[in-house]
Design a protein around this ligand. Structure first.
Ligand SMILES: Nc1ncnc2c1ncn2[C@@H]1O[C@H](COP(=O)(O)OP(=O)(O)OP(=O)(O)O)[C@@H](O)[C@H]1O
Ligand SMILES: [Mg+2]
Length: 257
């Protein structure tokens, strides 16, 4: 098995005259946590939708386990999506279903499970992993924002995906809840060995959990490296972005002297 689970090559996507992705190229390593940072509106969610085959790029290749998503038939896409968990930007739970029914949904609909006991056992296991035991009978409206994200993650993990795509997992949460979600992503990655690809503008979270961080800017991945590499970046926009988020200015930047 190759170390690279997802190989995105020169992906372009425009809407009318608006060019959103202008040659995105990035390799996502198996078993690691990769965070793609980018400002709001830079095309992060569009990139995820092209990976899932929900949007077709105008050009480029998206190799998932060596097969090009862009060229897949609808049937092949359905098979591939069983392998990929997707935590939507707003958790996107079904409001009319309980948390347990939400988590059971992909088991029934995607994997075709029928055995109620087996489904209930997997749902309980997933709710345990995301620290929501005993919340299965609640409806999404009864949950806090952080709990909804956890329930969305339980649903994304239910089918035992090889990779989970997280769209802004901590947006809208207070710093404490954000840190909880960060720790949960680390736990999922370390204990289940699931590859995690996260898109975010949360710089502290990226530095806390990522094995590698990529910076999406002007429709391209302009920087990609370890958190240590990025801390010293000279890319002007990324430097500004990091310094703003961490409250560092040229005057208070720590030195080793
Ligand atoms: N289906 C669509 N049709 C037309 N334009 C779209 C479509 N989807 C996205 N866009 C445009 O593409 C651009 C990038 O959108 P996208 O949702 O990917 O941003 P983002 O980086 O995820 O932002 P945020 O951090 O706010 O979630 C936006 O200008 C958006 O209006
Ligand atoms: Mg988005």
């Amino acid at each position: 098995m190759s170390d690279c689970i997802l190989d995105i090559r020169d992906v372009h996507k425009s809407f009318g005259s608006q060019s959103v992705l202008c040659g995105v190229t990035i390799k996502v390593e198996r078993g690691r946590i990769t965070v793609i940072l980018g400002k709001s509106g830079t095309g992060k969610s569009v990139l995820f939708k092209t990976i899932m085959g929900l949007l077709k790029p105008d050009r480029g290749e998206i190799l998932y386990e060596g097969s090009d998503v862009v060229k897949m038939s609808e049937r092949e896409l359905i098979t591939m999506r069983r392998d990929i968990g997707y935590l939507f930007q707003d958790a996107a739970l079904f409001d009319s279903l309980t948390v347990a029914e939400n988590v059971a949904f992909p088991l029934e609909e995607m994997l075709g499970w029928k055995d109620r006991k087996k489904i209930a056992a997997r749902v309980a296991e997933m709710l345990e992993i995301v620290d929501l035991p005993g919340s299965g009978e609640k409806y999404p409206a009864e949950l806090s924002g952080g709990m909804r994200k956890r329930a969305g993650l339980a649903r994304a993990l239910a089918t035992s995906p090889r990779i989970v795509l997280f769209d802004e997992p901590t947006t809208g949460l207070d710093p404490l809840l954000s840190a909880n979600i960060d720790d949960l992503i680390l736990k999922v990655n370390r204990t289940l060995g699931v590859t995690c690809l996260i898109i975010s503008h949360d710089i502290p979270a990226a530095f806390h959990i990522a094995d590698t961080i990529a910076f999406l800017n002007e429709g391209r991945i302009e920087v990609h490296g370890t958190p240590t590499d990025l801390r010293c970046t000279r890319h002007p926009t990324l430097r500004f972005f990091i310094d703003q988020a961490t409250g560092v200015t040229p005057c208070n930047r720590p030195t080793t002297e």
